[in-house]
Design a binder for this molecule. Structure first.
Ligand code: T5A
Length: 228
């Protein structure tokens, strides 16, 4: 569990030419403050003159946003495999039409959730970490995801605190209607992934949004020469 795993078929940050766009994803359980942290990061990139695309999953392209609406609709009744494949259909379109072209143009891509959410939610949440299901997801990633993020910020907050933050807002979507035990498994999934993959940076998401953003920026500065 603690052994760090390389992701051999994917390009690593050190191999990325400085002028190439960076790919940064944000992850975490419900309501941990990803959207808020992304807004603040993008404001900072803007002041640095860095050209970026802000996007999200599921969604991010017109077709993927249509699939998002279906995936989040509490009235949608689908089995776990169908859910998994719809997430990857959305991701494929998003990658081909938004993420890869932006990176090729040299823009940074800031993405709210990516493949780690699938491993955590579908692999650990839905399938309780079943090695067969996690293996299937890893295969889909290998086959259909040409580029993984350079850095992933995992906003780490106790599950109940995140749910309390999220509940203050809109009514629950299809995922938010899951029981607390589901989100505890999702959290354990993120813990596992963070231990396995060095690109995943754990950020303490407690405290004010200003404090959380400062922690994120400190890690960014240490890892990426933002002034490139
Ligand atoms: N999903 C997604 C899968 O199951 N598999 C997959 O492969 C993928 C990609 C949609 C759902 O899809 C699932 C996971 C999700 O259930 P989503 O739209 O990202 O994903 O949904 P959420 O994670 O639920 O996003 P939220 O918008 O609810 O949460 P955020 O973005 O983490 O939090 P944010 O910034 O909106 O903040 C939540 C509330 O807290 C406040 C904010 O003002 C807001 O009201 N807040 C703070 N309060 C106090 N202190 C702070 N530091 C705060 N920061 C924010």
């Amino acid at each position: 569990m603690s052994a760090s795993r390389a992701e051999p078929h994917h390009q690593h940050m050190s191999e990325t030419a400085p002028q190439q766009g960076r790919f940064i994803s944000f992850e975490g359980t419900e309501g941990v403050g990803k959207t808020t942290a992304i807004e603040q990061l993008c404001a900072r990139l803007y002041t640095q003159g860095i050209d970026y695309v802000r996007t999200r999953e599921p969604g991010g392209s017109p077709f993927a946003e249509q699939l998002r609406a279906i995936l989040l609709d509490p009235a949608t009744d689908i089995d776990d495999d169908t859910e998994l494949l719809l997430l990857f259909a959305a991701r494929s379109d998003h990658l081909q039409r938004v993420i890869m072209p932006a990176l090729a143009r040299g823009q940074w891509v800031i993405c709210d959730r990516f493949t780690d959410s699938t491993l955590a939610y579908q692999g650990y949440g839905r399938a309780h970490g079943d090695a067969l299901v996690v293996g299937k997801i890893e295969t889909l990633i290998e086959q259909f995801v040409p580029r993984l993020p350079d850095i992933t910020f995992w906003l780490d907050l106790p599950v109940l605190e995140g749910m309390a933050r999220a509940n203050k807002r809109s009514s629950a979507d299809r995922f938010e209607q899951q029981a607390e035990a589901f989100f505890r498994r999702v959290y354990a999934g993120f813990e596992h992934l963070a231990a396995a993959y060095p690109r995943i940076q754990r950020i303490d998401a407690a405290g004010s949004s200003t404090e959380v953003s400062a922690r994120i920026w400190q890690v960014m500065d240490a890892i990426i020469r933002v002034s490139d």
